[in-house]
Design a protein around this ligand. Structure first.
Ligand SMILES: Cc1cc2nc3c(=O)[nH]c(=O)nc-3n(C[C@H](O)[C@H](O)[C@H](O)COP(=O)(O)OP(=O)(O)OC[C@H]3O[C@@H](n4cnc5c(N)ncnc54)[C@H](O)[C@@H]3O)c2cc1C
Length: 415
């Protein structure tokens, strides 16, 4: 079997490495002419780390990122809603890792360069069209100078992100991504270690949230590369998007100053953290309504192309990585029936991931903060004496650990 992949992001490159491991020929076509160091922090949850370990990448990722040992969910007033260990500290046999997206991407690029033939990854090749015949696919990619590349294979996988051209080819009437009405600002900067240096602090409901966590070593022994994100509701879900969703649109700190006053974060000065960040970006948080099918014959979708999701719950990269392993496994098992392999991949993954997309629309595990703030809204200063009187542990556990199960990373699902 010969596999063509449109898109050399986290999902596309991970898939290429799983195909290579299965002995299947693969070629990846990536739109950008040059890979740039874009993006900020990404969380690799234990199911993603365990999957990446199958292609020998846990060690390099563990070496460059930060192990998350603890997760704190809090109200805007600084009161704890959930305080629990994560990763190895929570009894998993692999760590949970936070790292810069560009560093994770580089680990994948290096592995592709080491393990696959030189022509396996073609840059400056934007997917344009695909034709299916009885015996295969012919895909056309366009270079920035206007010339085209034609590639033939047995299957085509669209791993080309939230603005997927392959998805558009399969669903020409779908239209643009759907804006949640939430604006997301994200940045990272060198910053003094907070608490044990392995904690994620996530304050506020989905309509007004500030989250920060370290994603790498700092410039001095006392500092770390600190990633932060701020979310604010600006419109109702489905409102027209304020500009294109792009990962490199720069934003200004002044916009955030009035918003940051709403948060009590005892451990650090979050306004100073934002002000110290030389460049940061805004991003209208978007997803798409779930599809009922990703696969048409010999063409399918993977990662954000198949199921873009809000980042609540930190599952965007994880679900792309899980897709990558699954599709290579089905193609190896059904190498004489490429269309059957893509159908089997969809059968395994589509319903599960669509449930994660739906869960993230209400905040994923972080919905527990929304619930507590709602229930505490009439208390003086919205402050409570005892969280148990507001929302008992069993209910909080059902939200947080219920989400882990839905997304496939509850501890017993990974044994
Ligand atoms: C530059 C960049 C920065 C990002 N930064 C963050 C971040 O800071 N935080 C976060 O949570 N998520 C970020 N993401 C998204 C995150 O990587 C994904 O949500 C997740 O990893 C799923 O991966 P994916 O491979 O499905 O999609 P992506 O990682 O988005 O990869 C899609 C790839 O397809 C390429 N592509 C697009 N159109 C075409 C086409 N027509 N033909 C061929 N190739 C095409 C893109 O250039 C990209 O390399 C970023 C994505 C990109 C591309």
């Amino acid at each position: 079997m010969k596999v063509l992949i449109a898109g050399g992001g986290i999902g596309g490159l991970t898939a290429a490495l799983f195909f290579q491991k299965a002995g299947i020929e693969v070629r990846v076509f990536e739109k950008v002419p040059e890979i740039r160091h874009l993006g900020v922090g990404i969380t690799l949850l234990p199911h993603a780390v365990k999957t990446l370990d199958m292609i020998g990448l846990m060690e390099p990722l563990d070496a460059l990122g930060i192990r998350t040992d603890r997760m704190l969910f809090r109200t805007r007033q600084g009161q704890d809603v959930w305080d629990a260990p994560r990763g190895l500290a929570a009894g998993y046999d692999v760590p949970q890792i936070t790292a810069h997206r560009a560093d994770i991407h580089q680990v994948l690029l290096d592995a592709v360069a080491d393990r696959l033939p030189e022509d396996a990854l073609t840059l400056d090749a934007a997917f344009e069209a695909v034709e299916q015949t009885d015996s295969g696919v012919v895909a056309t990619f366009r270079r920035s100078d206007g010339s085209t590349i034609e590639a033939t294979g047995d299957v085509l996988i669209g791993a080309d992100g939230i603005h997927s051209g392959v998805r558009r080819a399969l669903n020409p009437d779908e239209g643009a991504p759907r804006w949640s009405g939430l604006m997301l600002w994200r940045g990272s900067t060198d910053w003094p270690r907070v608490l044990d240096g392995h904690t994620i602090i996530n304050s506020g409901p989905i309509s007004r949230k500030f989250i920060f966590y370290p994603i790498g070593p700092g410039k001095t022994p006392d500092t770390q590369l600190m990633n932060w994100a701020c979310v604010v509701r600006q419109a109702e879900p489905g409102a027209p998007t304020p500009g294109q969703e792009s990962w490199d649109r720069e934003a200004k700190a002044e916009v955030l100053h009035p918003i940051l006053k709403d948060f009590t974060v005892p451990e650090t000065d979050i306004r100073a953290l934002v002000d110290a960040t030389p460049v940061f970006w805004d991003f209208p948080m978007c997803d798409r309504d779930p599809l009922t099918t990703w696969t048409k014959g010999r063409v399918t979708l993977l990662g954000d192309a198949a199921h873009p999701m809000y980042p609540f719950g930190a599952n965007g990269s994880a679900q792309a990585i899980l897709d990558a392993e699954a599709i290579a496994r089905h193609c190896a098992g059904l190498s004489d029936d490429p269309a059957g392999a893509l159908a089997a991949y969809q059968d395994e993954r589509l319903d599960k991931v669509n449930q994660v997309v739906a869960g993230n629309r209400t905040g994923g595990p972080e919905r527990v903060i929304d619930e507590v703030e709602r229930l505490a809204a009439d208390l003086p200063g919205q402050r409570f004496e005892d969280i148990e009187d507001v929302l008992p542990m069993a209910d909080r556990d059902a939200i947080v650990n219920g989400y882990s199960r839905l997304a496939g990373f509850a501890a017993d699902q990974l044994r």
